[in-house]
Design a protein around this ligand. Structure first.
Ligand SMILES: Nc1ncnc2c1ncn2[C@@H]1O[C@H](COP(=O)(O)OP(=O)(O)OP(=O)(O)O)[C@@H](O)[C@H]1O
Length: 249
């Protein structure tokens, strides 16, 4: 019999994952799989438990109980190895505002252990791809938000990780800028990088291959946006979210 563990396309495997802070249960028996090259969205209102979950998946936070495998590594015992294997971008973009674009690229290439002899080539490649060549000497703090976002994402995957985790990556940017940012996400997924993204934005939810919707620490729905819309008789993910919220009141 083929088990989930033997499915070589499973890059994240979560079973009955729990995180408690004292007596408070932030994540309550989460179970799901994420597959190679998939864009998997985690949706939910403030405080639903998304950030806590993503921090466990990244090896940043030790789970209380359950099972967790990320890129073939154990989420309890191999957290340091997980951190090295993945890419991570948070709401705050993780860029150094007082350094130039070039300096940020060099810094991240160093942190992620890109060999010195290919750093220059990688830097040029990245500047060209992002059309940031003319801004290479600009301080990051002087860049428009959308550019910072694209740069932060590209730096989160500069070491070619198998998975990249994005924690509310488009906070504060408008829908058109978000759409452009998502072109980069699609490109990464197309190249085989698995993308795990948390978001409040329903337009972003529509862009995911599958989404899990969280409420009060639990996953209350998990499917493709298309299937969820059909199930909840809604024309948008906004509609699904509202109907789900009402049904859980
Ligand atoms: N270190 C902590 N100690 C105690 N409680 C915590 C801790 N971290 C998170 N929580 C609580 O766990 C719950 C889930 O928080 P979490 O940040 O995971 O939610 P979220 O869905 O990411 O929300 P947001 O979108 O606001 O970040 C919240 O009630 C929060 O107050």
């Amino acid at each position: 019999m083929i088990t989930d563990m033997e499915n070589e396309n499973t890059v994240i495997r979560v079973r009955d994952l729990v995180k408690k802070f004292g007596q408070f249960v932030a994540d309550d028996h989460l179970s799901f799989d994420v597959y190679k090259g998939e864009i998997f969205g985690f949706l939910g209102a403030n405080g639903a438990g998304k950030t806590t979950a993503i921090r466990m998946l990244c090896g940043l936070l030790e789970p209380t109980s359950g099972e967790l495998t990320v890129a073939g590594l154990d989420g309890f015992k191999q957290r340091e190895a997980i951190k090295r294997r993945i890419g991570y971008m948070s709401q705050k973009f993780s860029l150094y505002e007082d350094l130039t674009v070039n300096e940020n690229i060099r810094l991240f290439a160093g942190i992620y252990g890109i060999p010195t002899h290919i750093r220059k080539e990688k830097t040029e490649e990245l500047l060209e791809k992002l059309e940031l060549g003319s801004a290479r000497k600009k301080l990051v703090r002087d860049l428009p938000l959308g550019w910072k976002q694209k740069l932060a994402f590209s730096l989160a995957i500069i070491h070619d990780p198998s998975i990249v985790f994005l924690d509310e990556p488009s906070g504060g940017v408008d829908p058109v800028t978000r759409r452009r940012f998502w072109d980069l996400i699609y490109e990464a997924a197309h190249e085989g990088i698995t993308v795990f993204v948390t978001t409040h934005y329903m337009d972003e939810a529509e862009y995911c291959h599958r989404v899990a919707i969280m409420s009060a620490g639990k996953i209350v729905a998990l499917d493709t946006p298309k299937a969820l819309k059909k199930e909840w008789d809604a024309t948008s993910m906004d509609g699904v979210f509202l109907k789900l919220a009402r049904s859980n009141e």
